[in-house]
Design a protein around this ligand. Sequence first.
Ligand code: FAD
Length: 573
Amino acid sequence: MQQAGAQRCGPAASAPARPCGARRGPSATSSSGAANASKPDPEQPALAGALPPFYPAADTADVAIVGAGPAGLALAAELAGQGLSVALVSLESKFVNNYGVWLDEFQELGLTHTLDAVWDDAVCYFKEQQLVRVGRPYGRVCRRRLRQHLLDRCVAAGVRFVEAEVDTASSAADSQAAELRLTDGRTVRCRLPVLASGVAAGKLLRYEDGVPPVAAQTAYGIEAEVEGYADNYPADAMLFMDFRRHHTGLYNGTASRQQPGKSQHGGDGLWGSEGEVPSFLYAMPLGGNRVFLVALTVLLTALVLQVPSFLYAMPLGGNRVFLEETCLVARPPMPFATLKRRLERRCKALGIKIGELHEEEWSYIPVGGPLPLPDQPAAAFGAAASLVHPATGYSITRSLREAPAVARAVRVALDEQPSSAAAVRFVWEALWTQERRRQASFQVFGMELLCQLDTRATADFFTTFFRLPASFWRGFLASKLSSVDLLSFAMLTWVLAPPNIKAKLVTHFVTDPSGRYMLDAYTGKNREQWEQPGSNGSSGSGSSGSSAVQLPAAAAGMLALQQLAQAAAERAV
Ligand SMILES: Cc1cc2nc3c(=O)[nH]c(=O)nc-3n(C[C@H](O)[C@H](O)[C@H](O)COP(=O)(O)OP(=O)(O)OC[C@H]3O[C@@H](n4cnc5c(N)ncnc54)[C@H](O)[C@@H]3O)c2cc1C
């Protein structure tokens, strides 16, 4: 591990990508996923070369794990380490995401040797000239080292591999065996199937009904040689969030000279977000639908401009920096084209010149939405099991931390349950206890609030968040606060927050469906769907279309208009 040491990656992937509506499942991620997955890295070995083969026609495994991401590999190693026979069924895939983690969490897991850069601190900017030091070291995961570490554990424990794409999963109530049907026509038999296939698992799972739909975190990033980064940001810290609006209202190279009250744009870091003179569109429809499309594009631009995004950056030593424009959460998702434009505009305003480009990243992370129900064709783990933090999009540390406990639950399920279907349910109940569903409902409530905050309110919210005692905000980010702790967290946030955030918290709780969702989880009213075997739920992606949330009519109308405008504008870009 080295300070800001850089792993050399392959040439920049060229395929651009845009998300559509916020969804779980392959359709949502195919374009961004394909672009990311095409990042070449010859140093990561093929799974088929590293692991001994599993022969579906000849063998039945105790557990079949679908997917060889961090969650799948970690769980496979744990289970095989307990003496179970484990078949890893996955597409031949490598780790491609640029993972960032809090150092103390990776220390707890004994994984610091898998980091390729560490910073003693992380910093944020919410307003001009207000640098917030988080006071917590951060690290970048060397994806090759992490994958190799997990693969070595799988090899040592005896995990076997079959390269295949899983099409469907089934576990019968009257049978000890379950089946995974593969797209090449073969079938993998096992006593317990576990989906660790990331967000693509959404199409195979059923979700709670009547819950706010899935939203998405999107980000566009580059790793490049740059000039001018150190003129704007401390080079010895990573930049966790810069919410200032350098992408709007500033001339090239002028951002670093902005001072509060000394610029015609205000210099408060919120240029253009308030006090703007309203204007309107004057249009003459002259035949065809061109004017209509232009009007919709303008409307969308106005709507998208209100959605905050921030710069996340990792100085990697020398002039090499990873820069990523991130929209923390939005529904519909912020398009990659918008994020890319903002990143370019922001760099120009800061006087940061981009030189050689090493890599691009398109990140699409579905967040929030309904939780899976326990009567499923398969158990799940990692992002597939909705372990992604709704308000941050992080999941990797949580999956690695929870793998041993989930492996123990699988072991007990196999020892004690009479059928494959009962074992699957047992694992879901261990993973998503009522306490954990309360915690998740709280996180969804927070995420839905963030979805609705404009730039100024977002800055006010995070300034308050980082003023909380560290145990609170760290615990919240790490999904470690109990449902009772979370109530104390909420009360203290309310006490410390400025009046605009106090008011928003109260109105959000009273009027937003996520307030009701949280209340139902805390009072146990949500148990009904969970406890009824085979209750209908919403099948497939758990996307906005299938979960029937009772939105107020005006809100539903606005949402529909926003989605329509975005779709039209994306076609027009
Ligand atoms: C670009 C990006 C950056 C991210 N950065 C961070 C970060 O910094 N920190 C953090 O905590 N989280 C981050 N996340 C979120 C999350 O942690 C990752 O998505 C993480 O990879 C999820 O791990 P997983 O093992 O659950 O699933 P995945 O990593 O998505 O792995 C899924 C596996 O399943 C396989 N698969 C999929 N479908 C099938 C099928 N039908 N049959 C067989 N195999 C299949 C895939 O090939 C893959 O091997 C990021 C996400 C993205 C997209």
